[in-house]
Design a protein around this ligand. Structure first.
Ligand code: KIV
Length: 289
């Protein structure tokens, strides 16, 4: 396999001034699109639950779901580094459980795992790193904490919360995380964390000062058009394009315009002639047809 982007290479981008680009993908076509677009990192995010599997939050997605979609992404053999989200409850019980679940995602084809939470998750992060699995941290608005946060709410708005986020970021970097997602925090807070840690920060709803940016595939391509958070920039309207295309197909079928002759298979002239010739008369027992 051609050498792609690696955890040490991502880590080394800190301070380079060249922003990291991460996008989510959940299947082989998505991975091929991300690869062709030249992104650095593909995240098999647990946003899978909401944008692909139809759940209202990320809590229902399982390790088996994440394995299945990681394997689909990995089969595309993309050059960007593949990082998979550890789903809720796959790293909360104890370190051993966390390592086993992280290993399942690595065996499915991920090169690193991402998990949500700050200092509280250090024992699990340290155990996963100890098993030689690179870890990306994720702090700020952590969607798996939806019920504890009282909704998908911007975090780090008060002084104590800001100080806690900076301390979390430092602790994750000290533990050995190679990069850190900052989600749903004020731009100034993201800038403070970015300045405070020696690893790249990758922002989503965290302003322009991070070392990189990530968006969800379906949001940025306009495949998901039901909600559009303030931080999303839509670069295409693929849902509208897809609806128009399917409606045109339906109209052509109903109007007998699809398929046409070029879109159909044809018998050779000889066989067609044989089949269209009148049948030979059958001679019966007494010479009568
Ligand atoms: O699951 C996901 O897509 C994520 C990104 C929003 C960072 O965690």
């Amino acid at each position: 396999m051609a050498p792609g982007v690696t955890a040490p290479a991502v880590r080394a981008r800190k301070g380079s001034g060249e922003p990291l680009v991460m996008v989510t993908a959940y299947d082989a076509p998505g991975a091929r699109i991300a690869d062709s677009a030249g992104v650095d990192l593909i995240l098999v995010g647990d946003s899978l639950a909401m944008v692909v599997l139809g759940y209202g939050d990320t809590l229902s997605v399982t390790v088996a779901d994440m394995e299945h979609h990681t394997a689909a992404v990995a089969r595309a053999q993309p050059r960007p580094m593949v990082i998979t989200d550890m789903p809720w409850l796959s790293y909360h019980l104890n370190a051993e459980d966390a390592v086993r679940n992280a290993a399942r995602l690595i065996r499915a084809g991920a090169q690193a795992v991402k998990l949500e939470g700050g200092r509280k998750r250090l024992p699990m992060i340290e155990a996963i790193l100890d098993a030689e699995i690179p870890v990306m941290g994720h702090i700020g608005l952590t969607p798996q904490s939806l019920h504890m946060m009282g909704g998908f709410k911007v975090q780090g708005k008060e002084r104590d919360a800001v100080e806690a986020l900076v301390a979390d970021g430092r602790a994750l970097a000290d533990a050995g995380c190679f990069a850190l997602v900052l989600e749903g925090v004020p731009d100034t807070v993201a800038a403070m964390i970015t300045d405070a840690v020696p690893i790249p920060t990758i922002g989503i709803g965290a302003g322009p000062s991070c070392d990189g940016q990530v968006l969800v595939f379906h949001d940025l391509l306009g495949l998901e058009d039901r909600v559009m958070p303030k931080f999303v920039r839509r670069y295409a309207s693929l849902k509208a394009d897809a609806v128009a295309a399917l409606a045109a197909f339906a109209s052509d079928v109903r109007g007998h315009r699809f398929p046409n002759s070029e879109e159909s298979y044809h018998l050779s002239g000889e066989v067609a002639r044989q089949l269209s010739a009148p049948p030979e008369p059958v001679i019966g027992l007494y010479g009568r047809a």
